[in-house]
Ligand binder design. Structure first.
Ligand code: BTN
Length: 328
């Protein structure tokens, strides 16, 4: 059931840059113009502002700066909505909330979005600093019924899709650091954390978490991190439309997931990864616990393992670990 606010918003977006008359909105909703006005008040309370011109009607004059779930739904391609999106102003971790929702019986697929996280988690048990600074914290939840062995390329495929989307949306050239980081000019833009529950040799639940620095100002991270991190707004030199970007990301993640499950991603995977691979041909060090391996990165294999060419020229494959670029 679409809420009256959602219908009003969709009508106004469709009418842009023109106006939509109050009587057309009232007709569409089957209510009085006073009723329409009351629902517009609810949108105003969410940060929307409207321009009203006598005999022409209304149009949106200001959008909420932070994530607004109605706007994200409205921007999603029609075939994708309604997408089940759970939006929270604050949560410990969207991945943790996704697990709780699954345990409570929520049907997948669904998306959890939050304005800030108090316990955002990253790889290797690290903290993902997640203040209310206009960034994206999202978890995408699926029930894929795939063998665990199929999952080795999942995060890489998602990362390559997201990198491609960000490149086109923001007209910048980001890159991927194997296996789960998005970078721009040597600074981290975002990271992915995929968590799965396996049942009788099948992936039962899959939670794909994405943290993307979008509009967070440089000072919004602890000083040590802010030297290594960046945000899309810094890369492009202007604020990024977080709601449009979020809708585009939701759409891309859902379609990339479908391609992954039906196997149609296979032909595109290597090309897409190679287009954005930041490490290929560069000297790298890979750390696995106390083990450190150095060599020249030589791309990935079909299973998503990182290939590193040692002094003897032969590539060795690594399916886990943390990579850093070495000085050449
Ligand atoms: C990393 O680079 O170590 C991965 C970071 C992943 C962060 C995201 S933010 C949304 C989701 N919820 C979490 O708690 N973590 C992921």
């Amino acid at each position: 059931m679409k809420s009256p606010e959602f219908v009003i918003l969709c009508e106004l977006l469709e009418g842009e840059p023109g106006f939509v008359s109050g009587s057309a909105l009232a007709r569409k909703l089957g209510m009085s113009r006073v009723g329409v006005w009351m629902h517009m008040e609810k949108l105003r309370a969410q940060g929307f502002e409207f321009e009203a011109v006598r005999s022409r009607g209304y149009r949106v004059s200001r959008y909420p700066a932070g994530i607004n779930p109605l706007l994200v739904q409205a921007y999603l391609k029609p075939r994708l909505h309604p997408t089940d999106i759970l939006w929270l102003t604050e949560v410990d971790s969207t991945n943790a909330e996704a697990e709780r929702q699954l345990a409570a019986g929520r049907a997948a697929p669904f998306v959890v979005l939050a304005r800030r996280q108090s316990l955002g988690r990253g790889r290797f048990g690290r903290v993902w600093h997640s203040g209310d600074a206009g960034n994206l914290y999202a978890s995408f939840v699926f029930r894929p019924h795939l063998e665990p062995g199929r999952m080795t390329t999942f995060t890489l495929w998602m990362g390559a899709n997201l990198c491609d989307l960000v490149a086109n949306f923001c007209r910048i050239r980001p890159g991927l650091k194997w296996p789960n980081d998005l970078y721009y000019e040597g600074r981290k833009l975002g990271g992915m954390l995929t968590e799965a529950r396996i049942d009788a040799d099948q992936i039962r639940d899959l939670v794909f978490g994405l943290g993307l620095n979008v509009n967070g100002p440089p000072g919004s991270l602890p000083p040590a991190l802010s030297r290594q991190a960046t945000a899309l707004a810094q890369c492009t030199g202007q604020p990024v439309d977080l709601n449009r970007l979020t809708a585009a990301i939701v759409g891309r993640v859902l379609s990339a997931y479908k391609q992954f499950v039906d196997g149609s991603h296979r032909d595109a995977f290597a090309d897409l990864w190679n287009r954005y691979d930041l490490l290929r041909g560069k000297p790298v060090a890979l750390t696995q616990g106390s083990r450190r391996v150095v060599g020249i990165a030589a791309g990935i294999d079909d299973e998503g393992a990182l290939l590193i060419r040692g002094e003897n020229g032969r590539p060795r494959r690594f399916s886990a670990g943390e990579v850093t670029l070495e000085k050449s």
